[in-house]
Write a protein that binds this ligand. Sequence first.
Ligand code: SF4
Length: 388
Amino acid sequence: MAEIIKTSYSALDTFRQCPLKYKFSVIDKIRVPKTKEAVFGNKLHEALQFFHKKSPLSPTLDELLNYIKEIWDSSVFADEQEDMIYFSEAIKILKNYYENYLKIKDRFTVLDTETRFEVLLENPENNNEKCLLAGIIDRIDKTKNGIEVIDYKTAKRFPAQDEIDNSLQLSLYCIGVMNRWPEFAKYGPENIKLTLYFLKHNETITTKRTKEQLDNIKKQTWEMLKQIEKSDFQPIPSALCDWCGYRKICPMWKHLYKEQMTIDDEQIKKVVDEFFQLKLANTQNNKKINELREIIEQYLNREKLERIFGESGYITRLNQIRYEYDMDKVKAILEPFGKWYDVLGIDADKLKTIIKTLPPQARKELEKAKIVDKEYKILKASKVKKKE
Ligand code: SF4
């Protein structure tokens, strides 16, 4: 009998973010201390679970605030000041949440919090292959018209509606709820509201799924599982590295955390610094050149000249014309020679602009249509990162 693959939404999301992070966390099971942002998020989740556990006999605001005081973990913050900033933020969030709850509490009943679910997904292309996908849903409410699945977010970034409409997390939660409680499935996915609650903004954003979308998500999940199977787990550094607990063992950050610096290492640090100084000088020079260009242009216009001289040389103003072809005429000329399709190369910059205007599904299809043309390395300079 074929082995059942076990995974979770958070594991799939980690792979999407960075395959190496997935390897460290899911395959090698390397445990690292939680970042302060993760601890902050966990404490708020715990407090909200406490708040809704005995619903409708919810605790008072004072009881809620006392609860977070009791469970607060100051040890993850750099100093007292940072601890205070995070704690005040948590208090503000809970006060806002409580006020909002009082306004809307008659519209729903909390059915469950921190709900674990498991769902068995068959590979649509090979029904011998099965995957057991697990997850935890922060809150499930019964509303007048059906069910609402709520996931709390502590991130500051508020995503666009189309991002939520295509969120893998919410799709999998919808499948999870329908699977865990078949009686909810009778409502159909269209009657299950999927909501992200952005605690820092005290705002929610809601979406729904259709049966077709959920079938498609099952297919996508399997595509991702196949990618994981074939992956060589290369790191994908991004802004999210700042929240990654594996920085100290990640090859992309190895140099920053090197303990014993050799003479070579010291020298390369100086080269990096010189690189930055030259880049800065370049930017300043370009700015200055543009200012001088402006002064020269004004002088040429004033004096009705097209050429001016200095001690080091002279500058001439030249008329430059850029042409575009009338593509219908070009086509008529080239087609008889069988050369028309040779000139129809894709303009990558134009395509990038067009992609942004396409619906998400078309964007995904285009992503799959990418083939490697040329692979080369570039040097990208980024601002210095502090060691943790
Ligand atoms: S530090 Fe960045 S590149 Fe390295 S494993 Fe973490 S997310 Fe990936």
